[in-house]
Design a protein around this ligand. Structure first.
Ligand code: SF4
Length: 344
């Protein structure tokens, strides 16, 4: 059966029309799902009994179980969620002074194989559906009884490799009758699937695009991120320029600093050349060391020098605050420790 949370409002209206129901019923169902956060059709008490029965026989409401929760001293919570088919995903709640932010997974496993990522050892199993992406936010809001105001697609998976479901989930998250989170508070991250960046530029959604860049030469980026062999830096940056021209939105470039690998001033110089004149922001990430990982964290001194060089040369750069360092810090680690069977 289909998960009712997989439908955005327009598609749900269409489904109901085909069942002989008035489209406004879709808005009522959205209110129950995303405002009231009910878990059964029986709880939707302003729908007729007949409609509730019809819904029960045609759809499910996916409600994940929380398998494990780890809370950091800084308030960050990592969830391991049971997606009801024997698999599990990771979702992280981060608390900032400007509000709660959630990092959602978009796939079970990942095909991209970035060398610095804890998810690399988790084999790709399947895409998450739109409803399963949205359910991560609902589950965390329900558990904490706190509102989430920012969503970042930076958990397990390459969001643009699950393009349709991610874009559809953004519509549900953004819809005022859905989770009502402004598009500017939604960030989609990619390792650099160039054709999908061009496609996203045509979608007319005002979300932030975040590019995992991490290196300034193809030689180095090929080693860190195999996707660069298919879409090298020049093609990636051309797609970014097109995205900015079409959307007038600032792109965020993620740059994880690894000791003696990509953290010296030559790299900063090269980065400022590559990004010169672009409407962008650089987010410097002190890399998380993973079990058996090849890369070590850069020193604080190097990270600050790197940031200062960029800022002095016209590129806005900030260092990402490290959250959850006392719990399993890198994405994929929580799941990796719990589901050994999934490790290749
Ligand atoms: S960093 Fe992202 S895209 Fe790369 S392997 Fe990890 S989850 Fe996949």
């Amino acid at each position: 059966m289909k998960n009712i949370k997989d439908y955005d409002l327009e598609n749900l209206k269409e489904e109901l029309k085909q069942m002989g129901e008035k489209p406004f019923r879709a808005e009522q169902i959205f209110k129950w799902l995303y405002d009231e956060k009910v878990e059964t059709f029986d709880d939707m008490t302003n729908l007729s009994l007949e409609l509730r029965e019809k819904l029960k026989s045609n759809y499910t409401i996916c409600n994940f179980n929380i398998l494990k929760k780890q809370e950091s001293k800084d308030g960050t919570i990592k969830y391991l969620l049971d997606v009801l088919d024997g698999n599990a995903i990771e979702t992280v709640l981060m608390r900032y002074h400007h509000g709660n932010s959630i990092c959602v997974s978009s796939q079970i496993g990942c095909k991209m194989g970035c060398k610095f990522c804890a998810s690399t050892g988790i084999k790709f199993i399947r895409n998450l559906t739109s409803g399963e992406i949205v359910e991560q936010i609902l589950r965390v809001e329900q558990d904490t009884k706190e509102r989430i105001s920012n969503v970042v697609f930076m958990g397990i998976g390459e969001p643009l490799d699950n393009y349709e479901n991610v874009v559809n989930a953004v519509h549900i998250i953004n819809n005022p009758k859905g989770l009502n989170i402004g598009a500017r508070h939604i960030s989609i991250s990619t390792s650099g699937l160039v054709p999908k960046i061009y496609q996203l530029a045509e979608e007319n959604i005002q979300c932030t695009l975040s590019i995992s860049l991490h290196a300034t030469t193809n030689e180095k980026r090929n080693q860190m991120m195999p996707i660069n062999n298919t879409y090298p830096i020049e093609e990636l940056l051309q797609a970014c320029k097109d995205y900015i021209a079409k959307t007038n939105r600032r792109i965020s470039f993620e740059y994880a600093l690894a000791k003696d690998n990509n953290d010296n001033l030559e790299d900063a110089k090269q980065l400022s050349k590559l990004l010169k004149g672009m409407l962008c922001h650089v987010n410097l990430i002190p890399i998380n060391k993973i079990e058996n990982g090849k890369y070590d964290k850069s020193s604080n001194e190097n990270i600050m020098k790197f940031r200062d060089y960029l800022n002095e040369h016209g590129i806005v750069a900030t260092i990402r605050r490290e959250l959850g360092t006392d719990i399993d810090a890198a994405c994929g680690q929580l799941r990796r420790k719990n589901l050994k069977g999934d490790i290749e």
